[in-house]
Design a binder for this molecule. Structure first.
Ligand code: NAD
Length: 391
């Protein structure tokens, strides 16, 4: 037991939490950050944006090499994938960045605690071990909850992650599958398909909605579907997975259209759910919405005064850069300068070509009766696109 007291405690060290902690310390608040894992960075650095970008960079290079001849290069010899080296390169980047965050927090005198941060009534936070036993209790005037989210796993589907896994495991695979089914053609499904196909993986995406990237501009999804088709990535749209089972070291999948197929591995990418259970929210009266995310107002304040929720945990926008922006906003609010967070947040899907947007899609504008005009410019007519051989 200790009686350390802080002006502000941040729970979770992803791009929401560590940016909030740095900001609070910069503003002169005595600040602590609690992280359950033995390293900083959360999903973005350890199971998301950064490892996926590292793997994508190798995949894109491999894809480019495939077009060397048309760019005027004659390559002799075979290009083969050394997956162990691809993984090692990625791991080196993660290690360096984890150290970078640690250094930044130390430089601003943010006190770090390793363990699960659990609220324990007004102004108290217990840091617990994995078995739930208390390590230490600290007190604080303000709390920022930045506990993030975890991938959705479908109940009833096999739980052996060597066969049926989520993005958490797939970014750190020891070996590549030969034939992969990706369930969900959303952001993660499309990014992983694009990343894995150049490594020689036979990829199929199954998406229950009629288009890839549902919720984004439909014409962008149509273009992406054409690109995927040209690369041999199969897309089963308007198709559900009925069930799946493991037999003879393979996954047998039955689809809603009556067809079945067998895959070495399945990646489930059907969304993420908030990491909000077991952290004592009820001890201070913090409310969840009907999707299980922490309910906040525009200033990211929860139902409890001086307790804020940012990033994936509040469900407003599951993007790393949104979490960081929330972090800055919540610190300003917590330290006495309430600020509504109402900026439009741009997004980018890291396929190649990339898909990006900001604000309403034209479908959403139509639905709200907002008159719009649509401008289109085909990449096939664009000088830069022709010059780099990517129309
Ligand atoms: P998502 O919501 O983007 O996509 C999930 C997809 O799965 C949807 O298209 C949905 O229709 C489909 N689906 C759901 N159940 C299904 C089923 N049983 N069978 C077939 N299809 C099914 O979720 P995600 O791709 O898992 O990503 C999770 C979150 O992470 C998203 O909020 C995303 O924005 C975020 N993310 C963002 C980036 C980025 O910005 N570049 C990268 C990765 C993740």
């Amino acid at each position: 037991m200790s009686n350390k007291h802080f002006d502000l405690v941040v729970i979770g060290s992803g791009p929401g939490g560590y940016i909030a902690a740095l900001k609070a310390a910069e503003r002169g608040a005595s600040t602590a950050i609690i992280e359950r894992h033995p390293f900083y960075g959360g999903t973005c650095l350890n199971w998301g944006c950064i490892p996926s970008k590292a793997l994508l960079a190798t995949a894109e290079l491999s894809h480019e090499i495939g077009h060397a001849k048309e760019m005027g290069l004659d390559l002799t010899g075979e290009v083969t994938v050394n997956w162990t080296r691809v993984q090692k390169r990625k791991d080196k980047i993660l290690t360096k960045l984890r150290g970078g965050i640690k250094g930044l927090l130390a430089a601003r005198k943010v006190v770090g605690y390793q363990g699960l941060g659990v609220l324990d009534g007004e102004g108290r936070v217990v840091i617990t071990n994995d078995d739930g036993s208390a390590k230490e209790t600290i007190t604080t005037d303000r709390v920022i909850l930045a506990t993030g989210s975890t991938p959705v796993r479908i109940p009833g589907w096999p739980t052996d992650t060597n066969f049926v896994c989520t993005s958490d495991e797939s970014l750190h695979w020891d070996t590549l599958p030969k034939k992969l089914l990706i369930v969900g053609g959303g952001v993660i499904g499309c990014e992983f398909a694009c990343m894995l196909q150049p490594f020689g993986v036979d990829v199929t995406i199954v998406e229950m909605m009629p288009k890839l990237l549902p919720g984004m501009d439909g014409s962008l999804a149509d273009e992406l579907a054409k690109v995927f088709k040209s690369r041999g990535i199969k897309c089963l749209l308007s198709t559900r997975v009925e069930d799946m089972g493991i037999k003879d070291d393979a996954v047998n999948v039955r689809f809603g259209d009556g067809n079945s197929d067998t895959f070495d591995r399945v990646l489930v990418a059907v969304g993420r759910r908030p990491a909000t259970s077991g952290i004592g929210l009820d001890t201070v009266g913090i409310k969840l919405n009907d999707r299980g995310f922490i309910e906040t107002d525009d200033t990211l304040l929860t139902a409890r005064k001086k307790y804020y929720a940012i990033g994936d945990a509040n469900g407003k926008c599951l993007l790393a850069h949104a979490a960081s922006a929330h972090g800055v906003s919540a610190v300003e609010s917590a330290l006495g300068h309430p600020r509504a967070f109402d900026s439009p947040i741009p997004f980018a899907v890291y396929t190649f070509p990339e898909v990006a947007g900001v604000g309403l899609t034209h479908e959403e504008a139509h639905a709200r009766g907002i008159p719009i005009s649509v401008g289109l410019f085909p990449l096939g007519h664009l000088g830069k696109a022709m010059a780099v051989g990517d129309t």
